[in-house]
Design a protein around this ligand. Structure first.
Ligand SMILES: Nc1ncnc2c1ncn2[C@@H]1O[C@H](COP(=O)(O)OP(=O)(O)OP(=O)(O)O)[C@@H](O)[C@H]1O
Length: 266
């Protein structure tokens, strides 16, 4: 694999429970992510996807195992940045769009000069395809649509120049039409800016669309980790087979429905 940036080795993570043994959420998780990869992490609700993301982002500590950033060139304070599924909750309501996007620079003190901060804001606003005019940047989150808010969240992550963007179910709370736009934006950021992305989803179709490689998390373990074509066309693990089967059935239902509702041509 070319130029790995992140190495996760033998991670175990558990949470304590009242009067019961600790709940082992992640058990012996190991993988690497290379520069410029878009890797999908797929698994059912409660399988530990967000916990794994929080460990990589440094928001939680593992019980054991290691998370290492490789080949670090330069002093990059935040190696991973996360965006969350709910853009309504993840943006602070009392701050303008400009303040929200600038915040990582203010916290990190990487660009102290105000005019350079403004330049950096405009650069990332352009990358996420939002209007860069003053009236937009002076708005508050409640004045934006769900898709625009998610773009702001992505811009705020990008301004910190992360080595890895962790997108935790970034489309699942958005309208169907907007979901595709956000997925396409992530794909574009990867292709044009070589951004490495870990895309967390419970939706195989979403992972297959955007990711070159997919890891399948089931009952705390990565049961399959392969290029997307292999996962989709020749799944090995029983759980992956079920996911693929369900996704195919959904597609068939959709095409059956469109065939039935096709207007007759006279
Ligand atoms: N801070 C915590 N304390 C106790 N248990 C936790 C904590 N965080 C997560 N868990 C438990 O760990 C398990 C995995 O949760 P996690 O949120 O990582 O799953 P997930 O795959 O992201 O689920 P979803 O798709 O529903 O977001 C769940 O059973 C959850 O209740």
């Amino acid at each position: 694999m070319s130029n790995p940036i992140l190495s996760v080795k033998s991670i175990i993570k558990s949470f304590p429970r009242h009067h019961q043994p600790a709940h082992v959420v992640l058990d012996q998780i190991s993988f690497t992510i290379s520069a410029g990869e878009v890797v999908g992490l797929i698994g059912e609700s409660g399988s530990g996807k967000t916990t794994l993301a929080r460990l990589i982002a440094g928001l939680e500590l593992p019980d054991s195992g290691s998370i290492d950033w490789l080949d670090t060139s330069g002093n990059i304070p935040h190696k991973a940045q996360m965006i969350f599924q709910n853009p309504y909750a993840s943006l602070y309501r009392g701050m303008t769009i400009r303040e929200i996007i600038q915040e990582p620079l203010v916290i990190q003190k990487t660009i102290p000069k105000k005019n350079l901060q403004e330049q950096a804001v405009r650069a990332v606003i352009e990358q996420v395809k939002l209007p860069g005019d003053k009236s937009f940047l002076d708005r508050y989150p409640h004045q934006l649509s769900g898709g625009q808010r998610q773009r702001v969240a992505i811009a705020r992550a990008l301004i910190a120049k992360p080595r890895l963007l962790i997108a935790d179910e970034p489309t699942s709370m958005l309208d169907v039409a907007v979901q595709n736009d956000i997925l396409n934006l992530l794909v574009e950021l990867n292709q044009q800016h070589h951004l490495s992305i870990l895309l967390i989803t419970h939706n195989l179709a979403v992972a297959a669309y955007a990711c070159s490689r997919i890891m399948v998390l089931h009952e705390g373990r990565i049961v399959e980790d392969d290029i997307t074509a292999n996962i989709v066309h020749s799944p090995q693990h029983q759980y992956t087979k079920r996911l693929v089967h369900a996704a195919r059935q959904n597609c068939q239902l959709l095409s059956l429905h469109s065939a039935q509702t096709k207007p007759s041509v006279n």
